[in-house]
Design a protein around this ligand. Structure first.
Ligand code: ATP
Ligand code: AH0
Length: 400
């Protein structure tokens, strides 16, 4: 037997594993690195986040990724070069974080790497029956493993698609393992570039658990700010949006997108919700002469309304229901205020109240998926629904 396999076997048998979860999301703001101590697996999983940092991306990283990001036509050489290059950038960020935390690589069992999504195209989006669901994440796992010296699990989304899903959201798996409650229905709402939620009914009956994308979280607001205020990356604390007025006709046009009428669960991305879509909605509604502040106020309200409408569609058993929010959108006070105002029957909190830092949550979820990949059991997820195929996800790369 190869010594790699022996090591993998020993790793799977340990009572707890130290796993670095990585998330590089659609906002392109930075790499989230969560150093997690994960005990057990399946229903018996518990996590302590020992360290967390978001390493901001430099302009060079952002512009190289943006050259292909969510674009139908790209330079194939650039795409090919990016695959190892992103992994090398991420490896350098991990190595630096471990030095700062004074944690030797030999004390880390695994890296769980989401990679960088560059294109997401489920069948219901591209609508060409000759093809199926597809998604592409760059940042090769072998390069990460070799350049950190740490065994790496990567490319989680392909197995979900192979087993009948759309490749996203994968949040339901980790949310189910960590946050099920016997006292209350829980909605885990993540507001990143794209907003998604996981619904966990009381007792977290696996047949009813699912996660779905909701529509744009920050992505359209960020894209607009980056175009009209080139010195800014986002509308910090919604200062610009708060100084504008919502344009009802534009809001109504934005809410017409067919994505909102698709059945649940569903997925989307900046391939759909982007500035081109905004321009189209402005023309349709005759709102082409709005001030940037009014456009941002409307986009902010659009994201809030898309989230609220989907939550209102859920069939929720008659128990108290609490929304636990995470992701960068929780730092947007206008967005959070609109969500709470439009959903007065729910209490809106953050995952900090469940002992997981809201900014770290997605990185932790990928660490959990890697833990399941090496130490989980095929009995944990038994649902046969399209939402949560019962498969382990991720590909294993050895470091030598
Ligand atoms: N103080 C703030 N005020 C307003 N918005 C903020 C603030 N801080 C962060 N954000 C928003 O959060 C975004 C980053 O969110 P996050 O890191 O959760 O996204 P992501 O992980 O890239 O997205 P996804 O989950 O869709 O892949 C920023 O681009 C910005 O829009
Ligand atoms: C294809 C892709 O990268 N999708 C992301 C994106 O960011 C948020 C939303 O769109 C979600 O579907 C997903 O990420 C989270 C982590 C998920 O899979 O649960």
């Amino acid at each position: 037997m190869h010594s790699h396999i022996t090591r993998l076997y020993q790793l799977a048998a340990k009572p707890s594993r130290r796993i670095i979860g990585l998330m590089s999301g659609t906002s392109l703001d930075g790499l989230d690195i969560a150093l997690c101590l994960i005990s057990g697996s399946g229903q018996h999983t518990s996590v302590t986040v020992e360290q967390f940092i978001t390493v901001p991306y430099q302009d060079e990283f952002r512009s190289r990724v943006q050259a292909v990001f969510a674009k139908r036509q790209v330079d194939l050489q650039q795409l090919t070069l990016l695959h190892p290059w992103i992994a090398l950038q991420h490896a350098a960020m991990i190595n630096q974080a471990l030095r700062d935390w004074q944690v030797p690589a030999s004390e880390v069992d695994l890296i769980a790497s989401h990679g960088q999504t560059v294109y997401h195209c489920p069948l219901r989006q591209h609508q060409d029956p000759a093809w199926g669901n597809a998604t592409l994440q760059l940042g090769d796992g072998d390069h990460l493993a070799v350049h950190t010296g740490i065994m790496t699990v990567s490319d989680f989304r392909q197995k979900h698609i192979a087993a009948g899903g759309e490749g996203a959201p994968l949040a339901a798996y980790g949310d189910y393992l960590l946050f099920g409650s016997a006292q209350e229905n829980r909605i885990l709402l993540n507001i990143g570039g794209i907003a998604n939620l996981t619904y966990l009914p009381v007792d977290a009956d696996l047949n009813k658990v699912f996660s779905t994308d909701l529509g744009p979280g920050n992505t359209m607001m960020d894209a607009y700010v980056r175009q009209y205020y080139p010195a800014l990356q986002y509308d910090a604390d919604a200062r610009i949006a708060a100084s504008g007025k919502v344009a009802p006709a534009l809001l109504a046009a934005l809410l017409q997108h067919p994505f909102f009428s698709l059945s649940l669960p569903k997925t989307t991305g900046p391939e759909v919700f982007n500035l081109q879509y905004l321009q189209q909605a402005q023309q349709q509604s005759g709102c082409t002469a709005l001030s940037p502040a009014d456009v941002l106020a409307t986009l902010n309200c659009f994201s809030a309304t898309a989230i609220v409408r989907l939550v209102q569609q859920l069939t929720i058993a008659a128990q108290p229901t609490v929304i636990y929010a995470s992701g960068g959108g929780i730092h947007n006070p206008l967005l959070m205020q609109q969500i709470q105002q439009q959903l007065p029957q729910f209490s809106l909190r953050t995952t900090a109240e469940l002992a997981i830092l809201p900014d770290a949550k997605e990185a932790v979820l990928f660490a959990l998926l890697a833990n399941e990949c090496v130490a989980g059991s095929s009995d944990t997820f038994t649902a046969t629904s399209r939402a949560m195929p019962a498969v382990t996800m991720g590909k294993i790369s050895f470091a030598d």
